[in-house]
Design a binder for this molecule. Structure first.
Ligand SMILES: Cc1cc2nc3c(=O)[nH]c(=O)nc-3n(C[C@H](O)[C@H](O)[C@H](O)COP(=O)(O)OP(=O)(O)OC[C@H]3O[C@@H](n4cnc5c(N)ncnc54)[C@H](O)[C@@H]3O)c2cc1C
Ligand SMILES: NC(=O)c1ccc[n+]([C@@H]2O[C@H](COP(=O)([O-])OP(=O)(O)OC[C@H]3O[C@@H](n4cnc5c(N)ncnc54)[C@H](OP(=O)(O)O)[C@@H]3O)[C@@H](O)[C@H]2O)c1
Length: 450
């Protein structure tokens, strides 16, 4: 458990704890499912498993006998058999042209009988790798596109299809790097690759993709099937659903930030975000699954006030919450805090949100446009400016929600909330933290961060 990223993000299809337990019991063989933990987590897991197996019973690696069997179930539905088909409709830009960001309003059409979801849920999307990257990898391998190879899931497929649909090629597994090392004809290349596979600091770039490795180590040319089967399976990516089925019927809306950046003289593309933003045509089928939210739900009573803090793509589930509260005529007050770099180009869903303010659905909308002035202004600064109001909403039983970036935003917003609670409630820092922990335990402080 200590090796996991501790975010409970669900990308591995478990929670951190249930993934750790499933590995420890020997029920889960894949040690590289933790996306935020990356290689550091998978290496630590390999070390642990190697040290404690073979022959170790679960008890030998410290699993409490009392762990209930239900706690070990992956979050359903996840297995590929449970993926259903949605149809891509559009990926409309939400930022103006001059923006540095490219966030899309993605609309998918779904059969409502099959794609049942509630607000707060996420959608898992099975994407395909960029065709340019796949073509470049095949060229380096020097194999025919239709050469039969074993995919990471154990099924035989033509090379191009296997690389496109089933392999994680942006983050080659340590096992795949070991295969390259073992087949490198040049001894120096083999040694460097082996050091990289073992995580030796500075051996090579930690973020090399498969093409970087094939180009950087030209003597390493394993038989394609051996290399492909050693790669990790391409995991679906999760997106917070940005719509309420009560408002949009057979549609699912997502708010997707396209990941594109330049590294080592090559443009890099996030697999799923650019698949959804750039590579689909209207009507094209996409395989997906609904991941039900565990702890990210509207309050049971429609009268309860809610405070939603959602900078950037964190706006997604709050658009769904607002649609839902509008559809059911919920009388509870709604306060949204949104942030992004610039008002004139990054105010996602500006028209909708301003209309909700005019209609009274949004009791309050605070914006933090971080780069519109000399110093940064973030969501937590806006909350601090309104600390007495926040405290009074909490006193009225408001539920507090945070969605978006986990690494910086959610952590700093939480620190800001603790400061406000301490200031307004006259509490010491430890008591303010305990207050937030109590709110969370009561289901009144919920986070969906990634
Ligand atoms: C519960 C949940 C909900 C989510 N909801 C949303 C949502 O509503 N909207 C949304 O957009 N995303 C959301 N995400 C994130 C989403 O799942 C993907 O992680 C994201 O879209 C990137 O996936 P990708 O396949 O496009 O990129 P990948 O191919 O996975 O690449 C991403 C990786 O690229 C690297 N990278 C990215 N930028 C840079 C850079 N500038 N320099 C160097 N390296 C870089 C990082 O290592 C990063 O991990 C959510 C995640 C979770 C777990
Ligand atoms: N590199 C990429 O191409 C790319 C693309 C999409 C998403 N992502 C990653 O995906 C995540 C979500 O991206 P996103 O588009 O939803 O928005 P985001 O990058 O999280 O930014 C949303 C807003 O939050 C602000 N912010 C930054 N640090 C903050 C903090 N500590 N506290 C409060 N607010 C803070 C940002 O300000 P400033 O940016 O002005 O500091 C911005 O105004 C981020 O981790 C992001 O790095 C990366």
């Amino acid at each position: 458990m200590a090796a996991m990223a501790q975010t409970d993000c669900g990308q591995c299809s478990y929670l951190c704890r249930t993934y750790a337990e499933a590995i420890a019991r020997g029920e889960e063989k894949s040690l590289s499912r933790c996306v935020p933990g990356g290689k550091a987590t998978s290496r630590k897991l390999r070390e642990l498993v190697a040290a404690l197996r073979p022959g170790s019973a679960a008890g030998a690696i410290g699993i409490p006998a009392a762990v209930p069997a239900t706690a070990l179930q992956p979050i359903p539905p996840h297995s590929p058999g449970e993926l259903f088909e949605v149809r891509f409709c559009e990926a409309r830009p939400l930022n103006r042209r001059e923006s540095e960001k490219d966030t899309r309003h993605v609309v998918l059409a779904a059969d409502p009988g099959e794609a049942k979801y509630e607000v707060g849920d996420s959608l898992g999307v099975a994407a395909r790798n960029s065709p340019e990257l796949v073509t470049a990898v095949i060229a380096c391998l020097g194999a025919p596109r239709d050469a039969p190879v074993l995919s990471p899931d154990g099924t035989e497929r033509p090379l191009e299809q296997a690389l496109s649909e089933t392999c994680e090629i942006r983050r080659p597994s340590d096992q795949a790097i070991e295969v390259l090392a073992s087949r490198a004809l040049d001894r120096n290349e083999s040694l460097v690759l082996q050091a990289m596979a073992e995580g030796y600091p500075g051996a090579g770039p930690e973020d090399a993709d498969l093409l970087d490795l094939l180009q950087g180590f030209p003597s390493a040319r394993p038989p394609p099937s051996e290399l492909i089967s050693a790669l990790d399976p391409l995991q679906p990516r999760l997106y917070s659903i940005a719509s309420s089925p009560k408002q949009v019927g057979g549609e699912i809306h997502l708010t997707v930030a396209a990941v594109r950046y330049q590294k080592r003289a090559r443009r890099r593309l996030g697999v799923a975000s650019t698949f959804l933003s750039d590579r689909l045509v209207p009507g094209e089928p996409v395989r997906a699954f609904v991941r039900p939210a565990r702890d990210f739900r509207l309050p049971p009573s429609p009268d309860t006030p809610i405070i939603m803090i959602g900078p950037g793509t964190g706006i997604a589930p709050f658009r769904a919450f607002l649609q839902e509260r509008c559809a059911v005529g919920a009388p509870g007050r709604n306060w949204l805090v949104f942030g992004n770099p610039h008002r004139d180009r990054d105010f996602l869903f500006e028209d909708e949100l301003l209309a909700y303010c005019r209609d009274g659905l949004l009791t309050r909308l605070d914006t933090a446009f971080s780069r519109d002035q000399d110093g940064k202004i973030y969501a937590q600064h806006r909350l601090l400016e309104s600390a007495p109001d926040l405290w009074s909403w909490l006193a009225d039983g408001a539920h507090l929600y945070v969605c978006g970036d986990a690494q910086r935003m959610a952590r700093d917003v939480e620190a800001g909330l603790a400061y406000i609670v301490g200031k307004e409630g006259g509490m010491e820092p430890a008591a303010a933290k305990a207050y937030l922990a109590r709110l969370a335990a009561e289901g009144r402080y919920q986070k969906d961060v990634y």
